[in-house]
Ligand binder design. Sequence first.
Ligand SMILES: NC(=O)c1ccc[n+]([C@@H]2O[C@H](COP(=O)([O-])OP(=O)(O)OC[C@H]3O[C@@H](n4cnc5c(N)ncnc54)[C@H](OP(=O)(O)O)[C@@H]3O)[C@@H](O)[C@H]2O)c1
Length: 307
Amino acid sequence: MRIFLTGATGYIGGAVLDALVKHGHDVTALVRDNEKAARVAARGGRPVVGSLAEPASYRAAADAQDGYIHTAFDAASGKGAATDRIALDTLLAAARRPRTVGTQTPATRFVIYTSGVWVLGRAPEPVAEDAPVNPIALVTWRVPHESLVLDAATETLRTIVVRPGVVYGGGAGIMGDVFKQATNGLVRVIGDGNNCWPLVYDRDLADLYTRLVARPDASGVYHANDEADECVNDVIAAISPYLPNRPDVRHVPLDEARSKMGPYADALSLDQRVRSPRARALGWAPSLRSVSGSAARLLEEWRTARV
Ligand SMILES: NC(=O)c1ccc[n+]([C@@H]2O[C@H](COP(=O)([O-])OP(=O)(O)OC[C@H]3O[C@@H](n4cnc5c(N)ncnc54)[C@H](OP(=O)(O)O)[C@@H]3O)[C@@H](O)[C@H]2O)c1
């Protein structure tokens, strides 16, 4: 299929690009400069240079695609939510635009939006895709964006919201930060560390996206996590034997963390147990079932990715 992808140079989008290319899809990817264009081309995508905030830079490229996968997020500009809305409006408009005769039938069109589990808020008991949202302050803006996508579904357009857990694998992400701090000898944990993070391996998450593309009956909300219910302290304990030295752990009180990090501190202190039954019903079964169970391998991946 012809797929328009945003965020292909990012953590999630990069894994999604690799998986789509591997499955033989024709991927047009929005990138911000020529150097990133070259990187995406080397991975098998067709780069288009532009910016999410400037629809004119990618509207033409986004036309006449069979599907749209939005994984980009402009965190650095301070306008992430507003830019995300611009991107969604542009991609949904492109998805709805009538096609010329001879192109793919409309029924195969889809839009996949990348949200996250933080819209679920505190979840000490397991929650599935049918749970009501209860977003932490950092992501309240996400809920209307999810609704915008879900409400755009028609008989000829299926729309999907993916809520990944905290992603692990390779050299990036929140777990990459934990590995880095642990390797350097001091991990700062917000709160007592007995809170669980829903987690998902980057390539398993990408595999879910390819399933969602391939399944004409897939629509609505999908959680994506390995369901291991690992607490932050469990992860640190699991990786410690594979480090040159056992790291010190400093438990930072939430108030102190908030004063330094703002509402992101609340995200890192969330206690969540999340289930992904709708994803599993598609045959999705994560190849890695926890960080603790693959600690040595994941640390090696992290070290290799950073060389
Ligand atoms: N990582 C996780 O654990 C996780 C978990 C759940 C949900 N999510 C959500 O998933 C999404 C992607 O996360 P991520 O970790 O993959 O982020 P990331 O690694 O920071 O990647 C962000 C991507 O967006 C692109 N981008 C940013 N601003 C742009 C702009 N103005 N125009 C075009 N492209 C732009 C970046 O391009 P450049 O390479 O040019 O910077 C990059 O490709 C976010 O919405 C995040 O909240 C992430």
